[in-house]
Design a protein around this ligand. Structure first.
Ligand code: ATP
Length: 209
């Protein structure tokens, strides 16, 4: 099992999924060890940052040989608690929601969207992939299904009420794709992905010159 470690800064935690993905790909390519320089080039992070990040969770480097990829991957999975499958519910089976349900990249980290909800009577009862779209009024079943993660892909004006309903249903982690700030109790973690907001920073960088 993974080692006890010092408290890891959020900045490092943010990079761990990226590292894990790089390590998994390297393993798939048949590599067993990698130097911080090579790994840095592979994931686009400078090698001193990588060495610093890895130093938070023990000694995985062997001088002249590099880091043990398998051990590192197990360690990072342990830290992120990605050793088990995490079931998630998605609310809002529109275009974005459907695309996320079909996105294969979630599997690498062990996420499985097992419940989908909407309030549109034309959508309820239909299926996306193999998953039946349920009435959002039935969100309460998440407790029974032991689903703790909710993905919000409803329009902005419905995001807060959806978050409230998710919290009421026992969800403690929300990935919010609605372009707004949502208010939740302290024990609930919200990560907002504001696609248009990210894009809005782009012209600032590209119009110079
Ligand atoms: P479509 O036009 O097919 O609905 P869309 O992606 O353009 O797709 P949006 O208006 O962005 O639709 O809404 C996303 C999804 O969220 C839709 O399926 C909509 O029915 C659903 N939705 C809207 N309000 C709620 C709500 N309060 N609770 C649950 N689902 C909702």
């Amino acid at each position: 099992m993974y080692m006890k470690h010092k408290r890891i800064p959020d900045e490092t935690i943010r990079r761990l999924p990226l590292y894990l993905r790089g390590l998994v790909f390297l393993l798939q390519e048949g590599h067993l060890s990698v130097s911080s320089e090579k790994f840095g080039d592979y994931v686009g992070v400078n090698s001193s940052q990588i060495r610093k990040d890895f130093s938070y969770f023990g000694e995985f480097g062997v001088r002249g040989v590099g880091y043990d990829i398998r051990k590192l991957a197990i360690e990072i999975k342990g830290i992120l608690k990605l050793n088990e499958i995490h079931k998630a519910a998605l609310i809002g089976a529109g275009n974005l929601g459907s695309a996320i349900i079909s996105y294969p990249g979630l599997q690498l980290y062990g996420f499985d969207i097992t419940a989908v909800f909407d309030n549109n009577t034309h959508k309820i009862g239909k299926k996306i992939r193999d998953i039946e779209i349920l009435d959002v009024a039935k969100l309460g079943i998440l407790k029974k299904k032991n689903i703790q993660i909710g993905i919000i892909t409803v329009p902005r004006n419905a995001a807060q009420e959806t978050a409230d309903a998710l919290v009421k249903a026992g969800v403690t982690g929300i990935l919010n794709f609605s372009p707004c700030y949502i208010i939740v109790p302290k024990n609930v973690k919200v990560i907002t992905i504001d696609i248009a907001g990210y894009l809005a920073r782009m012209p600032y960088y590209i119009t110079a010159g």
